[in-house]
Design a protein around this ligand. Structure first.
Ligand SMILES: NC(=O)c1ccc[n+]([C@@H]2O[C@H](COP(=O)([O-])OP(=O)(O)OC[C@H]3O[C@@H](n4cnc5c(N)ncnc54)[C@H](OP(=O)(O)O)[C@@H]3O)[C@@H](O)[C@H]2O)c1
Length: 282
């Protein structure tokens, strides 16, 4: 990977949840290239193993572990394996997250007559879908912070990076559950930063703008690869007029994980968004 700059993470044990995802895998590769021992956590065993093989093949050090971030006992099992293999966790990246179609309305606005149409309105949103999105994004950030943050307070040093979203600043249409859950992630970032501030653990978040990945591909691209109406609106609202590339989050990630570079940065949510959150649309 072409790193924007190098920080020294030699010997650091870094746990990346959602590490096999599009953004997460870029994080894992960059961290490994800086010398970290990377524990990749994801849902699918085959995906985490595949990425670990690639990183190890490139001279890095990584292991893959299948664990559900919504299940504390699975995370505890993963922690035991990581300790045996690498030692205790120094840095946690809470990258697992995403939306669910059952927590998504079909239309941006409710119009009279929609109840009679075959569309998923706000009134049809499914409780289970909404619950899943909150569990995955909020609980799925809180539980790993409990499980791996324990290692950090014991050695009075460490850092946690959460992954928030543009939705956290102002909600996007159609996705109330994902918007609310990411707002909760940003809020929790501040809460935990304050709570851990006497324990030597810093907590910050990155709020990516729009990056084309598996979780949003069907919302942004038509089958023929053309932009959907929603994607065109996003590009129009992004002053830099394009989607981001996973690589473009790496500089912010490396800055935030490195105590020498960001040792006094605590409780912030950094947008990396091509100007999306700064632009009012006028
Ligand atoms: N892409 C964007 O434009 C964008 C923008 C803002 C924020 N984000 C956030 O950035 C993070 C990464 O997103 P991405 O786009 O890289 O997503 P992605 O490619 O869909 O990857 C999601 C990752 O999370 C894992 N995961 C999902 N549910 C899990 C669970 N219950 N337990 C453990 N791991 C689980 C997935 O594992 P499997 O593959 O095995 O399911 C995968 O590794 C997410 O928090 C997302 O909300 C993305």
């Amino acid at each position: 990977m072409n790193l924007p700059f190098r920080v020294n993470l030699e010997g650091k044990v870094i746990v990346v949840t959602g590490g096999s995802g599009v953004l997460g895998s870029a994080f894992c590769e960059a961290l490994a290239e800086c010398g970290a021992k990377v524990a990749i956590i994801g849902r699918t065993e085959q995906k985490v193993q595949q990425l670990a093989t690639v990183i190890n093949g490139n001279g890095g050090t990584a292991i893959g572990l299948a664990a559900n971030v919504m299940d504390k006992s699975e995370l505890e099992n993963a922690r035991e394996k990581i300790q045996l293999e690498f030692g205790t966790c120094d840095i946690l990246i809470n990258g697992a997250g995403g939306n669910h179609p059952k927590g998504t309305t079909d239309l941006e606005y409710f119009n009279q007559g929609d109840l009679q149409k075959d569309v998923r309105t706000f009134f049809d949103l499914d409780e289970e879908g909404i619950n899943y999105v909150f569990q995955l994004n909020f609980l799925g950030t809180l539980l790993p912070s409990q499980v791996f943050g324990r290692d950090m307070v014991e050695k009075k040093s460490g850092t946690i990076i959460n992954i928030s979203s543009m939705n956290a600043f102002s909600p996007l249409t159609k996705i109330p559950a994902y918007s609310g859950a990411k707002a909760a992630v940003s809020n929790f970032t501040q809460w935990l930063a304050v709570h851990m501030s006497k324990a030597g653990v810093r907590v910050n978040a990155i709020a990516p703008g729009f990056f084309l990945t598996d979780q949003n591909r069907s919302l942004l691209l038509k089958k023929e690869g053309l932009l959907t109406e929603r994607a065109e609106k996003i590009i129009a609202q992004t002053p830099m007029a394009r989607f981001g590339e996973g690589q473009e989050l790496i500089g912010t990630l490396l800055w935030l994980v490195d105590d020498r570079a960001s040792g006094f940065v605590n409780g912030v949510v950094v947008p990396v968004d091509g100007g999306f959150s700064a632009y009012s649309g006028v």
